[in-house]
Design a protein around this ligand. Structure first.
Ligand code: PEP
Ligand code: MG
Length: 890
C-alpha cells in the first residue's frame, strides 16, 4: 500500500516525489521549511491519495488509513512529549486544508483538536489561564459543529445570550469556571438533542471526523465553481495537514504576523510586513483589538520573539526559492514558528522590479526573469493614473494598497458591483473590509476601497493579485449600510455618487477624475528588452486607426499584421459612402461611390505607413459581412434613401435582395471582390498610391502587403492577384515609380489548409485567421458561440473557449498541416496569425511550436505577446534541447 501520511518536524520531513501534488501547497511548503531547518510546528500531512481513496468510499477514512494516521499521532506524541487525551500536557492539534492551487470554499483551519471535558481542565491548570482554556474549548466545539454537522453559528450566539441571562454573568463571556462549564454543557446538549450528534470526547475520533469533513469540503459549491472557472480537475483533490497547536493568542508575548523578504514598493531587500500582538481570530468579537507592529521599523523591543532570527529565516527562504517571499508566522509565548511561505504576492510592477533587480544583482539571468512574469498580468501596467494638474477634491487618504487609479459609482456590495458591471457602469466597491465572498465583486469593479486593513489585508492582497486599484485602511471614512452612505470629514456621499481612488497614493477623491495611461519606461522597458532578445517570433498588431497604430508602436509592435479596411468606414461621415457602394445597383454606381472612398482610403494608408515607418503593414481587402453596413430600422432607411437620392421603396427592395441567412458564411471576403472587381481595383490603387506618397515623404520605400481574405480555392487568389498586379503596373506607369509589394492571403477555411501547398505557390505570405478558422472547423457561428461555450466549460467539455485560446488538438492540428504544406511548396513564405488568439499566452506558445514567423494582436496585448513569445521560445528551446524535438520549420 502506497504511503499516505507524511510527517515533518524542524530539521526533517518525509516527502513524496510529487510533493505539491500529493501534499497540497501548504503541506509541501511546510515540509520544505522543515527540511530547511526552520522552526515549524511538528505535524503530518494526509495526502491527496488518502483523499482520493476516501472519496471513493463515500468520504469515509478507511481502517488502514486510520492506522496510518494513528501512527503519525503517536510519532507526534513522542516528538512533542504531549499525549492525546493526556492526563498531563495534553496534545492539541490544528488542522489545515490545502490543494495544489489556492482555492476558496475548502474547510477553514480547525484549532484545538484534542480538547474535551477532561483535557480542558488539565489544559486550564497547565496554563493557569482557565478563561483561555475554556474559550478555546468552546470555539473548538462550535467550529467542529459547523464543519462536521453543518450547524449554524447563530445557534451558539443564542445559547450564549440565553445562558448569560440565566446565569447573569453580564460581560461578553463567563467570568468563572463553573459558568464556563455550564455554558459548554448547554452547547453539548444542543448538539446531542437538536442536531442528533454526541460531540466525540475521544481526541482521535475528533481528528478523524474533522479529516473526513475537510475531505468533503472539496465538493462544496464554491470550491467546485472555482475549479470550473480555473480549469482545475475535479480529481486533483486536497490534502490535510495536522500540526501541534501554537498558542499565539495567549498572553503578552504572542501574536500573528506576515513578513516579506523585500520592501515590495521598492524591491529593496529588507524585512517588511506586519505583526499583530496578541492577535485573536475573534479579537473584534470579544472587543479586544490587537496592536499592529510594522516589521520594517525593526523595533525588537516590542516584538515578543526574535526579530533578527525571523529576518534570517525569511532571507533563507528567499534564497532557497530564488524569489521574493512572504511568510506567515506566529509567536506563542515568545517562541517563533513559521507556518507557510509563498512567492510574495505583488502587483505586476513590483514583480517586474524584483525580477529586473535580481538580474542586476546577478541572482538570476534574463530568461529566468522573463519566466517569472505572468504575461497576462502585464495588462495592469497599462493602468491609468490621475492627472495631477487638476484641482482634486480629496476626501480622505488611506493606504496605497494596489497601484492604479479608478473612478466609478460608489457601491457597498459585491452584488451591486456585479449589477452595475452588467450594465457596463464602472463602480468602486466600498467595504469596511473585504471577505472572500467579495472576490467576484472585486473582479468586476474598477477599484476597491476599505475602511479597515493594512497593505497585507485580504482586499489588498486580492486586488494586487488581480490588478485592481485598491486603497485600504481609510479609517476616516464611515459606512452606513442601512442608509447606503459614506461619510468623510462631515461630507456625506451616497451609493451611486462618483468616487475616484488612487491606489498608488491612497488618495480618495470625490467625483470622477481625468485619468491618463502611464509611460512604459524603466524596469518595464528593461523587461521588454529581455523579451525582445529572447523571442524568435515577431509581434505585430491589428490596427486600423492612426490612434491604434500609434498606441501599438508605443507598446513595441513591429508592424501591422491586420488592417481590417472595412473598419475604416464605421465612422459617421464615411459610412454613407460605404453604404452607397454596397447598395449601388450597377457597376457605374459602385465606381462612383468607390471614387469617393478612394481618397479617404489613400490618406488613411499614408498615415498608417508613416506611423509604421518602414515596418511591414498588411492591408486586408474589404471583408465585411454586408449586414454590418446596411441601414437598419425605418428611420435609418429613410435617411439613407434621402442621402442616396433614391425612393425609400427602391432602397428597401435593394436591402431585401442583399439579406443573407448567414452573412458570416455568405457574400463576404474574396467572394465580394470577385463579384465586384472594381472594389479590389480601387483598394489596390489606394494602397499603391499611398505607398508611393508615404515613401516620398519619408524618403524610404514602403513595401505594402495586400491580403486577400477568406480564400478557399487557389483560383480565387489567382483571379484577385491578377487584378492587383494590373493596378500595380498602372499606378507605377502613372507615377513613374516602382513599388515593391507582397500579395498574400488569410488562411481561415479548412479547404485553404488542405490546399495550402498549391495556394502557397501564388502567395507571398499566409496569415492564419483563427477566428474564422475556428468557426469553420467547429461549425460554430462565432457570433453565437458565447451563448453555450460557458456551459461547455462548466461541464468540462472544453477547457477554454476556442475563440479565445487556440484549440491545439483540432484547429491547431490543421494549422500544423497548413504550415508544413506551405513551407514545402514555398520555403521562404512568411507565416503569421491575426485572429484573437494571437494575444493569448497559451496560444502564442503553440504558435512558437509550429514555427510561425509572427503573431498579430490588438495594441493593448502587444506587451503581453512580446513576453509570451519570449517565454515560449525559452521553453521551446529548453524542451527541444532535452527531447531533440525540432520545430516544424526547416
Ligand atoms: C480571423 O478570421 O481570424 C480574422 C482575423 O479576421 P476577422 O476577424 O476580421 O474575420
Ligand atoms: Mg476572418
Amino acid at each position: 500500500m502506497a504511503k499516505r501520511v507524511f510527517t515533518f518536524k524542524r530539521g526533517s520531513a518525509e516527502r513524496p516525489a510529487d510533493a505539491s501534488e500529493a501534499l497540497g501547497l501548504k503541506g509541501a511548503n511546510l515540509a520544505t521549511l522543515a527540511s530547511l531547518d526552520l522552526p515549524v510546528p511538528p505535524g503530518f500531512t494526509v495526502s491527496t491519495l488518502g483523499w482520493r481513496q476516501s472519496m471513493t468510499a463515500h468520504g469515509e477514512v478507511s481502517q488502514s488509513l486510520r492506522s496510518e494516521i494513528l501512527s503519525a499521532v503517536e510519532w507526534l506524541e513522542q516528538t512533542t512529549g504531549r499525549v492525546f487525551d493526556g492526563k498531563t500536557r495534553p496534545l492539541l492539534l490544528a488542522l489545515r486544508v490545502g490543494a495544489r492551487a489556492p482555492m476558496p470554499g475548502l474547510a477553514d483551519t480547525i484549532l484545538d483538536i484534542g480538547l474535551n471535558d477532561r483535557t480542558v481542565e488539565t489544559f486550564s491548570t497547565e496554563l493557569g489561564d482557565p478563561a483561555f482554556a475554556f474559550r478555546s474549548y468552546r470555539r473548538f466545539i462550535e467550529s467542529f459543529a459547523l464543519l462536521v454537522y453543518g450547524a449554524d453559528p447563530g445557534e451558539f450566539e443564542d445559547i450564549a445570550d440565553d445562558e448569560r441571562d440565566r446565569a447573569g454573568w453580564g460581560g461578553a463571556e463567563p467570568a468563572t469556571v463553573p459558568q464556563w462549564r455550564a455554558l459548554i454543557a448547554r452547547d453539548l446538549a444542543f448538539l446531542e438533542e437538536e442536531l442528533g450528534h454526541a460531540f466525540p470526547q475521544t481526541p482521535f475520533e475528533q481528528l478523524i471526523a474533522v479529516v473526513e469533513a475537510a475531505f468533503s469540503s472539496w465538493r462544496g459549491p464554491v470550491a467546485r465553481a472555482f475549479r470550473v472557472l480555473h480549469g482545475i480537475s475535479e480529481n486533483a483533490g486536497l490534502a490535510v495537514t495536522a500540526h501541534a497547536m501554537i498558542f499565539n493568542e495567549r498572553g503578552e508575548k504572542s501574536g500573528t504576523g506576515r513578513a516579506f523578504s523585500r520592501d515590495m514598493a521598492t524591491g529593496r531587500s529588507l524585512l517588511t510586513g506586519e505583526f499583530e500582538l496578541r492577535g485573536r481570530d475573534d479579537a473584534r468579537e470579544i472587543g479586544e483589538r490587537g496592536t499592529m507592529l510594522d516589521l520594517s521599523v525593526g523595533d525588537d523591543t516590542r516584538f515578543p520573539g526574535d526579530l533578527a532570527a525571523l529576518s534570517t529565516y525569511v532571507r533563507r527562504i528567499e534564497a532557497h526559492f530564488g524569489d521574493a517571499c512572504e511568510v506567515d508566522f506566529m509567536v506563542g509565548d515568545g517562541a517563533l514558528f513559521l507556518l507557510q511561505s509563498r512567492p510574495a504576492r505583488r502587483g505586476i510592477a513590483e514583480a517586474i522590479r524584483v525580477a529586473v533587480d535580481m538580474v542586476r544583482e546577478g541572482l538570476i539571468d534574463e530568461e529566468e526573469a522573463l519566466l517569472r512574469i505572468d504575461p497576462a498580468s502585464l495588462d495592469q501596467m497599462l493602468h491609468p493614473t490621475i492627472e495631477r494638474a487638476e484641482n482634486l477634491d480629496i476626501l480622505a487618504r488611506g493606504l496605497p494598497a494596489s497601484p492604479g487609479a479608478a473612478s466609478g459609482e460608489i457601491v457597498f456590495s459585491a452584488e451591486r458591483a456585479l449589477e452595475l458591471a452588467g450594465e457596463g457602469r464602472p463602480s468602486i466597491l466600498v467595504r469596511t473590509e473585504t471577505l472572500p465572498d467579495d472576490i467576484h465583486g472585486m473582479h468586476v469593479t474598477e477599484g476597491v476601497l476599505t475602511v479597515r486593513g493594512g497593505t497585507t489585508s485580504h482586499a489588498a492582497v486580492v486586488a494586487r493579485g488581480i490588478g485592481k486599484p485598491c486603497v485600504t485602511g481609510a479609517s476616516a471614512l464611515r459606512i452606513n449600510l442601512d442608509a447606503q452612505t459614506l461619510t468623510a470629514a462631515g461630507r456625506v456621499l451616497r451609493a451611486g455618487d462618483r468616487l475616484t481612488i488612487d491606489g498608488a497614493t491612497g488618495d480618495i477623491i470625490a467625483g470622477a477624475c481625468k485619468l491618463t495611461t502611464p509611460s512604459l519606461s524603466g524596469d518595464f522597458a528593461t523587461l521588454m528588452e529581455f523579451a525582445d532578445r529572447a523571442r524568435r517570433m515577431a509581434v505585430r498588431t491589428n490596427a486600423e486607426t492612426p490612434a491604434e497604430a500609434r498606441a501599438a508602436r508605443a507598446f513595441g509592435a513591429e508592424g501591422i499584421g491586420l488592417c481590417r479596411t472595412e473598419h475604416m468606414f464605421f465612422e459617421g461621415g464615411r459610412v454613407g459612402a460605404m453604404r452607397e457602394m454596397i447598395l449601388a445597383g450597377s457597376e457605374e454606381g459602385r465606381r462612383a461611390a468607390l471614387a469617393r472612398l478612394l481618397p479617404m482610403q489613400r490618406s488613411d494608408f499614408v498615415e498608417l505607413f508613416e506611423i509604421m515607418a518602414g515596418m511591414p503593414v498588411t492591408i486586408r481587402l474589404l471583408d465585411p459581412p454586408l449586414h454590418e453596413f446596411l441601414p437598419k430600422g425605418e428611420g435609418e432607411v429613410a435617411e439613407t434613401a434621402l442621402a442616396l437620392g433614391i425612393p425609400e421603396k427602391v432602397l428597401a427592395e435593394r436591402i431585401e435582395t442583399l439579406q443573407e441567412f448567414n452573412p458570416m458564411l455568405g457574400h463576404r471576403g474574396c467572394r465580394l471582390a470577385i463579384s465586384y472587381p472594381e472594389i479590389v481595383e480601387t483598394q489596390a490603387r489606394a494602397i499603391f498610391e499611398a505607398a508611393i506618397e508615404a515613401g516620398e515623404r519619408k524618403g524610404k520605400d514602403v513595401v505594402p502587403e495586400i491580403m486577400v481574405p477568406l480564400v478557399g480555392l487557389r483560383k480565387e487568389l489567382d483571379f484577385l492577384k491578377a487584378r492587383i498586379v494590373e493596378v500595380a503596373e498602372l499606378v507605377q506607369a502613372e507615377r513613374r515609380r516602382r513599388v515593391s509589394y507582397h500579395v498574400g492571403t488569410m488562411i481561415e477555411l479548412p479547404r485553404a489548409i488542405i490546399r495550402a501547398d498549391t495556394i502557397a505557390e501564388v502567395a507571398d505570405f499566409f496569415s492564419f485567421g483563427t477566428n474564422d478558422l475556428t468557426q469553420t472547423v467547429y461549425g460554430i457561428s462565432r457570433d453565437d458561440a458565447a451563448n453555450f461555450m460557458s456551459t461547455y466549460e462548466r461541464h468540462g467539455i472544453i477547457d477554454r473557449d476556442p475563440f479565445q485560446s487556440i484549440d491545439v488538438e483540432g484547429v491547431g492540428e490543421l494549422i500544423s498541416i497548413g504550415v508544413e504544406k506551405a513551407r514545402r511548396a514555398r520555403p521562404d513564405i512568411t507565416l503569421g496569425i491575426c485572429g484573437e488568439q494571437g494575444g493569448d499566452p497559451a496560444s502564442i506558445s503553440f504558435f512558437e511550436q509550429v514555427g510561425l514567423d509572427y503573431v498579430s494582436c490588438s495594441p493593448f496585448r502587444v506587451p503581453i505577446a512580446r513576453v509570451a513569445a519570449a517565454q515560449a521560445a525559452i521553453r521551446f528551446s529548453r524542451g527541444s534541447r532535452g527531447s531533440g524535438k525540432a520545430r516544424a520549420r526547416g
